[in-house]
Design a protein around this ligand. Sequence first.
Ligand SMILES: [Zn+2]
Length: 449
Amino acid sequence: MQNSSTPFSSRLSKLLLISLVVALVVPLSGCPDPEPEQRIYVLAIDAFRADYFEEAETPTLDALAENGVFYREAKVSAPSQTRVNFVTLPTGTHADRHGVVGASYRSPDFAHRSTDFPDYDGAQEDLPVPTIFEVLDREKGWETAYLAMKGYELVGARGADYQVHGEEYIPEHIWEERYETEVNGSWDQAVEYKQEMDDHLYDVLIDVVEQRDPQFLLANFAGLDYIGHQHGAEEDYLDSITHVDSLIGDFVEYLEGEGLLEYSTIIIPSDHGMTNIRNPENTIMDGGFDEPDFPELDDKGIEHAAYSNGGLAFSLYVEDSNRLSETAEWLQEQDFAEYIHSEHDISGLDGTLSEINLNHPERAPDFFVSVHPDYTVAFESHGQHGSLRDSDMYVPMIYSGAGVAEGVEVEGRAAAENVDLAPTVLEMLGLDPDVHLETQGKVLQEVVN
Ligand SMILES: [Zn+2]
């Protein structure tokens, strides 16, 4: 821009005129509105695999990453499963602390238990650690919201003022087909239905922001996860990343239109990645969810229970501790067992449960088994997750907007983890995470500096 040639005196008189007008106008309108307080929107993208962020067309996420702090390969909690990580995110703890080790587990007396039994409210009461919703309510009086899609994310929602389950806002004809690879014989229609699930979540998001204006909100765009499972991490999966990107772009425009963007922090995490299954018909533990076991172990008289973790891993519980070595030997012979973790002193295994933060004192399995992607657990599927593979454990993570540093890309795998989100948000708000949470995470200094 060229220098203005307007004489200084003329500019000064303009300034004086403007001041006079402002002085006249302001008292007439009373006290100006106070500045809106900060809003924090955590918009999770379920099953957003790190290396696919590179490939997908994502103008909104690219801009958020460029203007904020971007972690290319953030690490999720093990098992790399939705309900586990959606408790990790608002509590800053791993499964060994928050106790949501998977969908089901066996208690020390070998009784079957579900992590959302008897209902989400009951499971929330059971959580032994504080949630960020409780802290923000108590310390700042903030209104908060947790917009789930699958429903079981809500196990981590204790203290959120407004909680919504996908079944409440997704039309029944779409909800009922969410696990189908084809709808009316059409693969494309099945994909469209799953993308539409995200559209419906978006509508709820706008309604909640307009009507309740929560200052902290966590929403889960989960259409991508259904697409990854039913259709694999292929072209439709990439298109669906672009679809969510456009919805987040609409949200940014909405905030801008409402004059809220400059007060808003947008955080994009994910709960796990997605691994392509090479032979979906190689299904293990296919007795269904009611009979989750291995006939070969039954034949040996080994009482056991196995529960799928996301379809590419399982937790195995053995009733008689004298049969553990024998069970380990059998597992090691199986082609499907890629990594075997156990806290028991058995040689030749791949690691302990403590190393992967899964050694919960009362709920830990005897063995946590990551399955090779030539196989799938419990049901035929083109994509699964849950394992310790990089494609399941690493996701992008973006912090952008109010209170966040700009233009920082943090190199290094696992520089950020899901367990870091809650402590980082509290630090950003001037609350000491070590005082208010029982977190196992760290404050991401690049974000708050
Ligand atoms: Zn998920």
